[in-house]
Structure formats: structure tokens, C-alpha cells
Design a protein around this ligand. Structure first.
Ligand SMILES: C[S@@+](CC[C@H](N)C(=O)[O-])C[C@H]1O[C@@H](n2cnc3c(N)ncnc32)[C@H](O)[C@@H]1O
Length: 191
């Protein structure tokens, strides 16, 4: 049966153009972005979203598109590269871009209803801080979890440890989504 693709929002296309202009090759794939938008759309009124690793704002734009102009939801994104953070700040994406190391900043950020964990900091290291930032009922989306992408044994071990920690966490319900570069999605059980 023929299918028509779900349209890509203009803000995402603009972010993808920024990626091309800057030869930035680490943005999330469209399939991953669509999942992100769906999860963002389900964030409760007055909720909060956190992205670890802003890049040029592709994932951020998917989150914003899922929220569709909802001003009651706060979106925070953390990027340690000052130039990238400035770049996304200069767009009209209605988000707060923090410059700094995700793992170091996490304990001071409060809790969130949706967390998108992209870089190694807050994922390969400091995963406990990311999990602690999940509000009850909050959802964590972790990118780049497909083990077949990794060839170094220490990288395979790091990704396996993330998977094991999330699958085995007593407060989380976790599933693997074979989407893009491999996703894990976890929900923190309400207290
Ligand atoms: C995979 S890219 C992010 C892509 C973006 N989330 C998206 O979906 O389009 C990872 C980004 O995280 C940033 N980064 C890496 N380590 C970081 C850290 N410890 N804290 C904050 N940002 C970090 C990198 O500079 C890079 O821009």
C-alpha cells in the first residue's frame, strides 16, 4: 500500500540547512525526530523538556514542532560548544539554550517530563544524573543505542552499560526502538 511521508516541519528543515552549512553531521535522523515530536506532544500542561546536546538544533526543532506553539511547556537544551549554543540562540526557536557540560549542569536543572539524551555526557557517563532529572511519569529518550554502530570494545561496553542500567532500573520501564541510530525509551513509574 503506498504511503505518504509525514511532512517535515519548516523549523526542522531550517535546522537541517544549518547542519549542511556548517558540515555538522551529528544531528538526529528524521525518524528519531518524529518520535521526539510525538513524545513532546504528550508532555503535560506546564511541563518541561530537556535536550542534552543541542548541535545545530535539529532535535530541538522536532521538540518545538511537537509542542506546536504551546507556551506552557518550557524547553531547555544544553550544549557545551559555545558557537553551536550561540547559533541556536540566534534562531527563533522558543527554547533556553544553556552553554556548558550536560553532566555538570544536570543536578541544578530540576526535573523534566521529557529528556532527550544525545551526547556521551549524561549517557555514557553521569546516566544516574539524567535518570534523576526525570519527573514521575517522565520519559527518557536515549539516542545512538544500536550496538552494531560501534567497533571499539570500550564503546560497546559503554553502550551496553547504558542499556543494562535502564532496562534493569527498578523505577523505569524501558523499551528498545529500532529507529534511526537506535533508541531506548524509558518511563519513570509515577511515585
Ligand atoms: C549528536 S549531537 C546533538 C544532536 C542534536 N541533539 C540533534 O538531535 O540534532 C551531540 C551534541 O552534544 C554536544 N556535546 C557533547 N558532549 C557534551 C556534553 N558533555 N555536554 C553538552 N553538550 C555536549 C556536541 O557538541 C554536539 O553538538
Amino acid at each position: 500500500m503506498p504511503t505518504s511521508p509525514v511532512p517535515v516541519p519548516e523549523a526542522v528543515l531550517a535546522a537541517e540547512r544549518r547542519a549542511v552549512e556548517r558540515s555538522f553531521a551529528h544531528s538526529c535522523e528524521q525518524a528519531t525526530g518524529r518520535v521526539l515530536a510525538v513524545l513532546a506532544a504528550s508532555v503535560r500542561p506546564g511541563g518541561r523538556v530537556l535536550e542534552l546536546g543541542t548541535g545545530v538544533g535539529v532535535g530541538t526543532a522536532w521538540v518545538v514542532s511537537g509542542l506546536e506553539g504551546r507556551e506552557d511547556v518550557e524547553v531547555v537544551t544544553v550544549e557545551h560548544d559555545q558557537a553551536l549554543a550561540e547559533l541556536v540562540r540566534s534562531t527563533d526557536l522558543p527554547v533556553t539554550v544553556l552553554t556548558g557540560d550536560a553532566e555538570a549542569l544536570l543536578p541544578g536543572l530540576g526535573t523534566f517530563d521529557l529528556v532527550f539524551a544525545d551526547p556521551e555526557g549524561g549517557k555514557w557517563t553521569g546516566l544516574d544524573r539524567t535518570v534523576a532529572a526525570l519527573a514521575p511519569g517522565g520519559v527518557l529518550l536515549v539516542d545512538d543505542m544500536d550496538l552494531s554502530r560501534y567497533h571499539r570494545t570500550d564503546h560497546v561496553a559503554a553502550v551496553t552499560a547504558v542499556r543494562d542500567a535502564l532496562v534493569g532500573h527498578p523505577d523505569l520501564v524501558t523499551a528498545e526502538l529500532p529507529v534511526g541510530t537506535g533508541l531506548l525509551v524509558s518511563t519513570r513509574r509515577p511515585a
